[in-house]
Design a protein around this ligand. Sequence first.
Ligand code: IVH
Length: 671
Amino acid sequence: MDELKAKQEAERLRKEINYHNYRYYVLDRPAVTDAEYDRLMRRLQQLENEFPGLITPDSPTQRIGAAPVKAFGTIKHAIPMLSLDNAFSAEEAIEFDRRVKRLLKMPHDALIIYAAEPKLDGLAIELVYEDGIFTKGSTRGDGYAGEDVTRNLKTIKSIPLRLIEPPDGKVPDYVEVRGEVYLPLESFKKINREKEKKGEALFANPRNAAAGSLRQLDPRITASRPLDLFCWGTGEVRGVTFDTHLETLEFIRSIGLKIAPMIKPVKGIEEALKYHEELEKKREELGYELDGIVLKVNDLDIQKRLGVLTRSPRWALAYKFTPKQDSTVVRAIEIGVGRTGALTPVALLEPVSVGGVTIEHATLHNQDEIDRKDVRPGDTVIVQRAGDVIPEIAGVIKEKRPHGAKPFRMPDKCPRCGSMVEKIGAIHFCTGGLSCPAQLMESIRHFSSKKAMDIEGLGDMHVNQFVENGLLKDVADIYRLKKADILRLERWAEKSADNLLRAIENSKKPSLGRFIFALGIRGVGEHMAALLEKKFGSLDSLMNASEEDLLGTYEIGPETARSILDFFIEKHNRDVIDKLKKAGLDLQESKRAGGRLTGKVFLFTGTLQTFTRDEAKAIVESEGGETASAVGKKVDYVVAGKEPGSKYDKAKETGLKIIDEAEFRRLIGKG
Ligand code: IVH
């Protein structure tokens, strides 16, 4: 290649890399996979190695990261926070080991001792402790200076605000500890579920969620996200010295900080490769994301001899796992219809193997999400399995969009039954209710599922078959299935029909909670159903509950209350419940007769001294009573704590019985 051509290509690469840096570091919204980014970076490096005259001071190869965002103050790192060289194959890892030995003038069969560590997929930070006190913390930023996120880091429970004394009793005067802030997968999923409910843009993966959570200008938001930290090294340290990297980590642990599990010394590259293999297998079970292993020459003197390059040390290597991201083409966008009538757009993909799993579909959640990502049929997209079984589209590679690709619009008629579609919040719903076969099938599947009525043997295939053959028009029809009708269908025999009918018979005595859950009321999951069972005790009292009664139930908000009311107002639903009762449904209701407070309604105002409000409410309910949230005729007792509010005045006006906390304690037998 001649120098002119190389120059042109290098310029193009720099532009592209800078754009991706901006997407990644500033917007937290990458447009390419890490692997793709690394390829670009390596190609640029290769050109610059070949023609050193091409290196410019602003080339992305000349710096360690991206500039910090302005809103936070900046903190300079006393020692630059370097990056790591990457290997993507065993050959590349072996080549790294060879180079180390070459630089050290060691024989090629010598065995180097490496500290082998998991590579955590999070956000690098530095913590500064002065005289044992946490004084400041920062992100890595461009490697030389990062954002001052001290207040946010203080919300992370695993970061001690004061160091504990190591065994020799000497807390160092000054120590900088470095590590990776990450978000456990469970929390990541939960945050995205909540964002989805509110119709907000979702985080693409746990790392972006961790970055987004840590770089909140309002630390209260950070505090509500259960971030965690594993430390992997130190910056400047005064007053203690170490001989090996593993000693350094042990010291970090001894002063009260967390280091990652599964760190160990390995002897020679063969053992390191085995470690990589082991960890890649374990990766799925960990509850947080790893993207590879890190090998570090353990001996600190040898590290010093090897030295560092601009971006990364010569004594360390990140050997990555197979990425859980790749690119593929969207063949079409199809619509699924769920139990509640929610229409979910799903991308049908050219099959692609991502981290060992073949992916052909990816959920697109809703129209807002499609608009935000601007996904169109025909687009080349980045798909990822982000700590979840359901693959997602992380972004669109706009440069590869075919001419004439049209934006996707949700249909205004249900693709399954032709009913009108209405949009509530971010979600489109089919208005066909149970006349829509898709909704009917889903609601029957839900009704018979394990956590609901638990009818073994009534799986998806059979539900579809029964619905298609007109045997099931609602869930109550399950209890009217006749053996003769079943035997008329394909693939059924005497024995299998008997088994199914027995399972159906056995499901006739569910607990009230299971039954409420089985009804599939929008917003009422397993947990909510259990709360309703506890509060109302019987199906009748739930069906006759007022909005106020429902709102007085712990954890039930206005939306869920509304959806419960709507469900029971619907005549069809009442009819189905009647039909179920006639077919022999025998609900196990727990009418809590005999509680000390049965039938009594309490209203709390002001601060109680010996209970929290929730505890007091829970006690009332466990004794068979109820709580109200507003002054009304039904209220039997108003319990006034310290500094009662306007409810107190209103209760006085209305002439309700007002008692103090001591009296309340007597009523519940704790006087
Ligand atoms: S050591 C000079 N160890 O990976 C050594 N880094 O790609 C600097 N990372 O910026 C890093 N786990 O954010 C090291 N066990 C580990 C790590 C780790 C994750 C991150 C870190 C670093 C990036 C480099």
